[in-house]
Write a protein that binds this ligand. Structure first.
Ligand SMILES: Cc1cc2nc3c(=O)[nH]c(=O)nc-3n(C[C@H](O)[C@H](O)[C@H](O)COP(=O)(O)O)c2cc1C
Length: 504
């Protein structure tokens, strides 16, 4: 679009210049085109707004609409959703936090507090100042007592998104943001690229069914490659992916077109060939074998925490896994529960909309099973699924999470506008594309700050909520702290709706 803009501008200005030479009054038309041309050049050179960099002049229309939009919504739209996965209110919270713009909203609550489903926490008569909550209280130790290199995890981290789904500039900005903000960046199943390592942010290396980055030529797990990569300093934890909420039980296909040389290099596959990730792992067939595989990964990595990621599925299978952990004495250091409402670069609609348990139900069930088998205190539970605000984090923690991930929140912080083109390689913001001309608009030196800001402001919001509740530590948050309006006349706490499972 940038090249097109320059070519079209030069042609138009040349025609107008020629006309003006023969018919001087035609020079007046330059009063319109010349300012537009200058504005376009300025927009191409500025580094803050990707859409304007990628679409000079035309991109400005979006910003005009953005200025007008709250008023348009206020008058014409009653719902807080606008047909995109992340609703308008939460999306603008992320934008504001990423830019460290206004941290307040005017006039009062934007939610219908009498609508069934409205949720809140109650404050204390004796609130604490957020400054009294020490940063360490907002971190969680993973693998303590179970591995030689435990990791201190922030309560909010970047969820798995591969280089391939995301552009090189997006991956680099996320990792740099993680470095500056002191939180972790999950690689996604596309393995570790140079962009993950350039800034030295902490990595959680995700191993999917394609074993990218530790893949033998027949597509099975290669221990030697795993050993080398997992022992990199930046790699702090390993996450074995069983499923993800947007497409549980479905593998993935990396189309030949998207399998560029750089992506193929990171994944250890042949460039420009189609590469499949099967729906299941070839390294194990049942819970017992999976636990043994976890032990192997831990040994090969030199004692780093190893966890699993899944969207909660068949309850009996999860219970069976818990029983197996108790019997064998082997357990993962963390379990990530992804909600059925989770995001993806591309998935069949049935899998996105109708397969897999939603986050809150998945968290309740998994934490109840872990409690039942007395495993809750040894395994860190991480939650993912539309966790975008401090309240979302507090709510997830009340249901059993110890820490949280965000994927799409981090994309929004990078400038994603939910154009819903991640699967077409035409993402206008340069976040989810391999098109170099679009990627250029995303300026790493500007966007990493937004990622760090978003994290910092959101974690600060958690501290403020804790303070208002009169609590010093996230560990003190209980189900009884969260209230839900069930009907116009009935409100219940989460403890009443989802009674805690007693350890048996
Ligand atoms: C573009 C994109 C790529 C993703 N890639 C992966 C992946 O490689 N592995 C994985 O486990 N989850 C992947 N996910 C899912 C996220 O890690 C996360 O679990 C899910 O989107 C829920 O978090 P969110 O609601 O904050 O987006 C991806 C999500 C998005 C949006």
């Amino acid at each position: 679009m940038r090249t097109k803009f320059i070519v079209v501008s030069v042609i138009v200005l040349a025609i107008q210049g020629t006309w003006a030479f023969y018919w001087p009054w035609e020079a007046l038309s330059l009063l319109v085109t010349l300012p537009l041309f200058i504005m376009g050049i300025y927009e191409m050179l500025q580094k803050d707004h990707t859409i304007m960099r990628n679409y000079p002049v035309l991109g400005r229309l979006r910003y005009v609409m953005e200025v007008l939009r709250p008023k348009i919504y206020q008058y014409f739209v009653e719902s807080d959703t606008d047909g995109t996965p992340i609703n308008r209110i939460n999306r603008s919270v992320v934008y504001q936090r990423a830019k460290k713009a206004l941290s307040t909203t005017p006039f009062g609550t934007q939610l219908d507090v009498y609508a069934p489903g409205y949720e809140w926490v109650n404050h204390s008569m004796h609130p604490l100042n957020a400054n009294e909550i020490k940063p360490d209280q907002l971190r969680v130790m993973v693998g303590e007592g179970n591995c030689t290199k435990p990791y201190s995890l922030s309560i909010y981290n970047i969820s798995a998104m591969s280089f391939g789904a995301l552009s090189a500039n997006a991956v680099e900005s996320l990792n740099w943001g993680a470095k500056v903000g002191g939180f972790a960046h999950n690689t996604g199943e596309g393995s570790i690229s140079a962009y993950h390592l350039k800034h030295g942010g902490d990595l959680i290396w995700q191993i999917g069914t394609g074993y990218f980055g530790c893949r033998a030529s027949d597509g099975t797990f290669d221990p030697e490659q795993f050993k080398q990569r997992s022992q990199l300093d930046s790699v702090k934890m390993i996450e074995l992916k069983l499923s993800q909420g947007a497409k549980p039980g479905h593998g993935g296909i990396l189309p030949a077109k998207k399998n560029t040389k750089e992506i193929a290099h990171a994944r250890g596959v042949q460039p420009f060939t189609e590469v499949d990730s099967p729906p299941r792992h070839s390294s194990f067939n049942n819970a017992k074998e999976m636990l043994n595989f976890i032990v192997k990964l831990k040994e090969l990595s030199g004692g780093k925490p190893v966890g699993i990621k899944l969207c909660f599925g068949i309850p009996e299978e999860f219970e069976n896994l818990c029983k197996e952990m108790v019997e064998s004495g082997i357990h993962p250091d963390f379990i990530t529960i992804d909600g059925g409402e989770g995001g993806t670069g591309a998935a069949p609609i049935e899998f996105s909309n109708s397969i897999g348990t939603a986050l809150r139900d998945g968290l309740i069930r998994s934490s109840d099973y872990l409690r039942k088998y007395k495993l809750k205190d040894t395994i860190v539970l991480i939650a993912a699924g539309k966790i975008l605000t401090g309240f979302d984090i507090v709510r997830a923690i009340s249901l059993g999470a110890d820490a949280c991930y965000s994927a799409r929140g981090m994309m929004l912080a990078l400038g994603c506008i939910q154009a819903l083109e991640c699967n077409k390689n035409t993402c206008p913001t340069g976040v989810a594309t391999q098109d170099k001309s679009l990627m250029k608009g995303l300026v790493v030196e500007r966007k990493y700050v937004r990622v760090a800001n978003f994290h910092q402001e959101t974690v600060h919001a958690v501290a403020e909520i804790l303070g208002a509740m009169g609590l010093l530590h996230t560990k003190e948050i209980k189900r009884s702290h969260i209230w839900r309006r069930v009907s116009i006349t009935v409100t219940r706490t989460y403890a009443e709706l989802y009674p805690d499972q007693e350890a048996s």
